[in-house]
Design a protein around this ligand. Structure first.
Ligand SMILES: [Zn+2]
Length: 324
């Protein structure tokens, strides 16, 4: 038996398979398209705009939650997560904090020898994606950074597991099972090369037999299951080495370098209060309807309009936009 026990919780961001973004009518097919060709005043955070929730995104998010055995909340609210970064034109992300739309689920994974284990899911919440910064074109490093907002406000669910994972193989099995479920119920394509499924791993170690978790490091945005497995294994060795030599683990965010096969410190880990969460209003409510209750689409009062140069589609009512 190892002297130290690995403890892992995974946070998986998954792009919902809608045709339009979470709060506007812009198309979500911006991957590989000309930069900033799928944008409008809403998803670039211009003053005075009102985000309107995409009904299809909510339906897909609910499907994911039900497939993962989660309880749907009667009421959920969106919150502004405030932080300044150039890929976030509003300087806040619309996410969910205190009242996510679903909690308390679980996913069974299959382990070697046919054994099964349930990984509990703490919560799933809905949020919008940020834009993308470009620091190089091909192999050429730029002296400045470019920003592409095509991905801004693309709908995501974040699936947060409980820290029930104890080996890197379990993490791999959990991600594989999660992807299968989400693809099977048609929630997402989970194309990792297009960033449609991304994973952050919270990793800590504790003496075997202990029930008190150690300080965790968060490894951000690992883009393949193999990399998640490798990153967890590296991080276990690194943390055990620090503890063995009498050092202390620092709570921080680390990045996985797949070429050098190491994690590197990125920044000290933010706490929730760093983001100054507060509730925000959109013009729609996401309340699960009971079977048999009327769920008809409201008539659209705002017909889709063209953006100034006809490139960006500006629809104030995504409920009826043909994209959804
Ligand atoms: Zn838009």
């Amino acid at each position: 038996m190892n002297k130290y026990q690995l403890v892992v919780g995974l946070e998986v961001h998954c792009q919902l398979g809608t045709r339009s973004k979470l709060f506007c009518g812009c198309a979500t097919d911006g991957f590989g398209a000309p930069a900033n060709s799928r944008v409008c005043p809403v998803c670039t955070g211009q003053p005075g705009v009102l985000p309107v929730l995409n009904r299809r995104a909510v339906e897909l998010a609910f499907s994911a939650a039900l497939a993962l055995d989660c309880r749907l909340a009667e009421t959920s609210i969106f919150a502004r997560k405030n932080y300044f970064y150039p890929d976030l034109p509003k300087a806040y992300q619309i996410s969910q904090y205190e009242q996510p739309f679903s909690q308390n689920g679980g996913l069974d994974i299959k382990l070697e020898g046919g054994k099964r284990k349930r990984i509990r899911i703490h919560r799933i919440h809905l949020e919008e994606d940020a834009g993308k910064l470009l620091h190089a074109i091909g192999a050429v490093e730029l002296e400045y950074s470019l920003v592409d907002f095509n991905r801004s406000s693309v709908p995501l669910i974040e699936i947060v597991s409980e820290p029930d994972i104890r080996t890197s193989e379990e993490a791999y099995a959990y991600l594989t099972a999660l992807k299968e479920v989400l693809q099977f119920v048609g929630v997402s394509r989970c194309d990792m090369e297009k960033g449609e499924m991304r994973c952050d791993a919270n990793v800590s170690v504790m003496p075997s037999g202990s029930t008190k978790f150690g300080t965790r490091a968060e490894i951000k945005n690992v883009n393949s299951f193999k990399n998640v497995k490798d990153a967890i294994e590296y991080e276990y060795r690194r943390q055990v080495e620090i503890v063995e030599s009498g050092g202390k683990i620092v709570q921080e965010t680390r990045l996985w370098d797949a070429e050098r096969m190491v994690t590197e410190s990125m920044r000290s880990k933010e706490e929730a209060h760093d983001y100054r969460y507060f509730p925000t209003r959109t013009s729609s409510r996401s309340r699960p309807t009971r079977p048999g209750s009327p769920n008809s689409r409201r008539p659209c009062r705002n017909s889709p309009r063209r953006g100034a140069r006809g490139s960006a589609r500006l629809c104030l009512c995504p409920n009826t936009t043909p994209r959804c």
